[in-house]
Design a protein around this ligand. Structure first.
Ligand code: ADP
Length: 287
């Protein structure tokens, strides 16, 4: 962690993980809107400094519009930083790549393709041999509890099942980085917990680095090695908290005093930013 990180983050950030830095934000700002037209500009991220370590699961909380998705889109390579540097394994991110996979809140499956074909389309197009991706896809579909549904079409699946297909599709290319933008936000409570447990089980097997945006403080703690709370826009890291519970975890963790204490701390931090956001001007200008 460099000096800039220390300036932004409170003291409690030391992570037990000694794995190398996978993703490094260095003074990253993101400004949307045409150059010179200050009225239409939005500064979404302001000089963000964050290190995410290989195999680390980092969850991100913060008020709506604070720049969480912007940060994810920068890692995905869908957007470029306006200023600052963003690196993956020490190399500047210049665009999307198969080393990173994204799962969004709403499943974006092709309705005319069955489950197996939805999962394998991307790897097939990239020229991965059929015997390799078929075996991988079948294994993943088993892992996510969809054995027997390979030939079903999206309309024949529940929302939770569709989201499982999305996760299998994201993992089939064996990405080193998994980017999750409120992936379970539309699911009912019970399914959501199942998906969180599934995610932890998949992490145990594949050990990707995970950047996971959520609005749910309980979810943020349950799956994370570290929870980041972002400030209201322009987004910066307001708080970074380690979750020291060993993995694999069970839902019993949610009933422990340690969990509840984290929950209280994080709820307060998020609430503070939500309240401040209400009194902030509609647009934070660049200048
Ligand atoms: P969050 O994910 O925390 O809700 P976002 O990153 O989606 O926040 O958005 C941060 C700010 O940037 C918001 O004010 C949003 O309106 C603005 N924004 C996001 N994407 C764009 C875009 N493509 N063009 C212009 N403004 C954008």
């Amino acid at each position: 962690m460099n000096a800039r990180d220390v300036v932004q983050l409170p003291a409690r950030t030391a992570n037990a993980s000694r794995s190398p830095v996978k993703i490094a934000f260095r003074g990253v700002s993101k400004l949307y809107g045409g150059a010179g037209r200050a009225k239409n500009q939005t500064l979404a991220l302001d000089s963000l400094d964050v290190d995410i370590r290989a195999t680390e699961i980092v969850t991100v909380l913060g008020p709506t519009g604070c720049g969480k998705s912007s940060a994810l889109n920068l890692i995905a390579g869908f957007e470029r930083p306006s200023t600052g540097k963003l690196a993956l394994d020490g190399n500047a991110i210049s665009g999307p790549g198969p080393d990173r996979a994204v799962v969004f809140q709403h499943p974006s499956l092709f309705p005319w393709l069955n489950v197996f074909d939805n999962v394998t389309l991307g790897v097939k197009c990239r020229g991965v041999p059929a015997e390799t991706y078929s075996a991988r896809a079948m294994h993943l579909l088993r892992e996510v509890g969809l054995s027997g549904f390979e030939r079903h079409y999206p309309y024949q699946l529940s929302g939770g099942m569709q989201q499982r297909v999305q996760i299998a599709r994201a993992l089939v290319s064996e990405p080193k980085v998994l980017l999750l933008d409120e992936p379970f936000g539309a699911l009912d409570y019970q399914t959501r917990i199942q998906m969180q447990e599934l995610l932890l089980a998949l992490w145990q097997e594949y050990k990707p680095t995970i950047f996971f945006i959520t609005h749910d403080v309980t979810e943020a703690i349950f799956v994370a090695d570290r929870v980041l709370v972002m400030s209201r826009r322009p987004g910066r890291v307001k708080l970074s908290v380690d979750v020291k519970e060993d993995k694999p975890r069970t839902i019993d963790f949610m009933a422990t005093p340690a969990f509840m204490e984290l929950q209280r701390e994080l709820l307060h931090a998020v609430q503070e930013e939500v309240q401040a956001n209400k009194t902030a001007p509609a647009h934070a200008m660049a200048a």
